[in-house]
Design a protein around this ligand. Sequence first.
Ligand SMILES: Cc1ncc(COP(=O)(O)O)c(C=O)c1O
Length: 414
Amino acid sequence: MNDASTVSATKSAVSERDLLSKFDALIEERANFLSDGRADPINLVMEQVLSPTRAICNGRETLLLGTYNYMGMTFDPDVIEAGKQAMEDFGAGTTGSRLLNGTFRDHRDVETALREFYAMDHAMVFSTGYQANLGIISTLAGKGDYIILDIDSHASIWDGCAMGNAEVVPFKHNDIEAMEKRLKRVPEGAGKLVVLEGVYSMMGDVAPLKEMVRIAKENDAMVLVDEAHSMGFIGQHGRGVAEEQGVIDDVDFIIGTFSKSVGTVGGFCVSNHPKFEVLRLVCRPYVFTAALPPSVMASSATSIRKLMHGGNKRAHLWENSRTLHQGLRDLGFTLGTDTAQSAIIAVIMPDLEKGAMMWEALLKEGLYVNLARPPATPAGMTLLRCSLCAEHSAEQVTTILGMFERAGKAIGII
Ligand SMILES: Cc1ncc(COP(=O)(O)O)c(C=O)c1O
């Protein structure tokens, strides 16, 4: 017999294991962190966005120094207009996979724009950069293959490795010798994929791609470079660090995202590999998900084409990065790099407590930066990550330095 009374008796006899209990320590740590009424660094709300560099956050006007809007394209009038027109012409969404009913005119067009931007033969657009790494890495390197990757790689790269089931061999961050040693240990005949990033997003440092790509090729490995934080900004045509260091022709796959310099959302892979198009049939995070809305595709294509002529903006963004880096150093802050290597400047905090206090003091000054902490950061560090925008004016950078000086002195960091 299995009436209501026996079912409830069985339930109370077998006490179910709460699968969320593994997060109890985190729940408690967060409750303690917020207990004295401090602002929550992961719950900031932008109530109104005024421009690529200003927003109303938590009720007050705030300068933005923690977005990935490197080239300031989010409010470009042509980018907005293209999106509006596509929304009117094609509707709000695709309601389907790229492989079935989800490829519209603008999906094709954005892939054409990417081929033009990189001067490469093939381009494949994903719903996010996360999915591009997940899909391409897991599809390229499967059981029996080897992935040699920098230990500070982005979570999407690690997740792509795990999904594909390849042997994963990490090496010390940006260490050319360590990479070579691990490559040489891969068994004869096994497939090899070296995975690198152009700019590492936590510290804002650049990879020595020139040497690493050469060594990978000498050891018969294919190379994938994630240029998420360099596209649009670094390199003569904004193609990234591989372009800047003269090795782009030896890179087999470049991964990128629209959520940074392009100013929209989406991810992509570009390549000259003659068999590249087969990936559309076998890459699960491409096949088994809905294609992005046509408005996002039209905005992205317009933005990418404008970035091809973004030389002046690139020069101004370099100026902003160098001025902020030098200014913070002069004030006595400890930074993640000796010189500005990208549009990301990491300010190293003594610990989480001081980092959180500094983050809040800056917010009260009217400045938003990212508070970054482990596991996202390397070596257990707490960082205030500043990312500059080509639309920041020289006056805004001066204002930002004044805010850092007041907050740093108030908290006792400088
Ligand atoms: C290096 C790197 N790759 C990939 C991604 C994922 O990009 P998306 O935001 O488009 O998912 C990020 C995002 O921060 C990143 O930093």
